[in-house]
Design a protein. Structure first.
Length: 409
């Protein structure tokens, strides 16, 4: 394969055969697979010089992994032979087949893969943007805050800890409650849990949408004495007063709770420019890209595919889902480029490693129909296991860096 040019060397003029918007797990994985299939003239648009392994941020916030192990230079994960344009996408015109870029440039393409990820809407909850990072408020959803979560957990010896989950679709839907279990287990081992009120705010009618795992998580929450507020969400934060407003959608009531630690997960949506584009699904309140749930092809623009967090698919937004979506997009795009109908189908597989203690985990794997699809069928997926925790902490990161991002897994 030819050497990858540096971002400053990557040409923008002319028509590019394949444009990939986004250099996260989805964009890199599918670009790598296309290169392995022999495709040339692939251009990747990504403004960041850092690539993050986000699934480990829960353990960073729980004091079980250093932040530095989740970060690598973006240049180190760009597949050989892929042009990297280090600019920000600002708009897309699927009729003209162009992407407007920061700096006034415009890129023309023949085929487009949308993988720009998801944005954190800190301003979506009044007071949250001002409070996060201060006033005993943190969030594992941003690398600048995840280490602070652990500092707050370590310092706490009594009081009220609130852990929230937004009502919008979000990346890694289990993460908002996993940190609650990690914190509670730490406080239990420090013998202070009985002096701490732990509140977990969940917008759904159950802790997990697959009943088998939901039942196990109910027992986990009971084990720690966690107050679970179902059908509820955080709707305001007052950092100065250290108070959070929780709205119960089941009965329409609001409660203001004083906190000593608030782990806040913001609402999430497609990037603003994606919401405003013709590619956005009218059925998605968050502006996610429309895509056939099996072929991942846009229903109106046959030259466009979407995968990862930005795709409007009825499954959880996880890295495990991307690992199954990337080969489908690569194969189906090759079919379309060769005048064929898409031949590969995505069944909605996703996975959520549910850390339930500082040394135990459940691995929830399921498809569109919420059927369990275990990778280890000989063992029960509904039992907390130390081996699964070790798999998440030490096994999955190298699989990600050396397998998934290189198009091998």
């Amino acid at each position: 394969m030819a050497a990858t040019p540096s971002p400053s060397d990557a040409p923008i003029s002319g028509r590019h055969r394949i444009a990939v918007v986004g250099g996260g797990s989805a964009g890199i994985s599918v670009a790598a697979r296309l290169r392995r299939a022999g495709v040339t003239d692939i251009t990747l648009i990504e403004p960041s010089d850092t690539h993050w392994y986000q699934p480990l941020w829960t353990l960073v916030g729980g004091g079980q992994a250093p932040l530095g192990t989740t970060r690598r230079p973006e240049a180190s994960v760009i597949p050989d032979g892929v042009r990297w344009i280090r600019r920000r996408a600002l708009a897309v015109d699927p009729e003209a087949r162009t992407v407007a870029l920061s700096g006034g440039a415009e890129l023309s393409y023949e085929y487009l893969i949308m993988a720009p990820g998801i944005q954190l809407d800190w301003n979506g909850v009044p007071g949250l943007a001002e409070a996060v990072g201060h006033d005993r408020v943190s969030s594992n959803y941003a690398p600048e805050y995840a280490p602070r979560t652990w500092e707050l957990i370590k310092q706490m010896r009594s009081g009220t800890a609130v852990f929230t989950h937004p009502a919008s679709p979000l990346k890694c839907g289990g993460a908002p409650q996993k940190i609650a279990y990690l914190a509670a287990d730490y406080w239990r081992k420090q013998k202070v849990l009985d002096r701490i009120r732990v509140i977990l705010v969940i917008p759904d009618p159950a802790l997990f949408k697959v009943p088998g795992w939901s039942q196990v998580l109910e027992k986990v929450a009971d084990r720690y004495g966690i107050e679970v507020r179902l059908r509820s969400e955080m709707t305001a934060v007052d950092g100065d007063s250290r108070e959070v407003t929780i709205t119960d959608h089941a009965n329409g009531t609001k409660e203001t709770i004083g906190y000593d630690l608030l782990h806040a997960v913001p609402p999430q949506s497609a990037p603003d420019w994606v919401k405003a584009s013709p590619l956005a699904d009218p059925a998605s309140a968050q502006g996610f890209v429309a895509a056939d749930k099996h072929t991942l092809r846009h229903p109106s623009y046959g030259h466009v595919f979407a995968l990862g967090d930005v795709a409007n698919l009825p499954t959880s937004k996880t890295g495990a889902a991307v690992r199954k979506q990337a080969p489908v997009v690569a194969a189906n795009l090759l079919d379309v480029m060769n005048g064929r109908s898409p031949s590969r189908s995505y069944d909605g597989y996703t996975s959520c490693p549910l850390v339930t203690a500082r040394d135990r985990m459940l691995l929830a794997e399921f498809d569109y129909d919420l059927n369990p699809t275990p990778s280890f069928p000989l063992i029960s997926p509904f039992k907390e296991r130390r081996a699964m925790w070790a798999f998440k902490r030490y096994g999955l990161p190298p699989v990600y860096w050396h397998g998934m991002l290189t198009g091998r897994l």
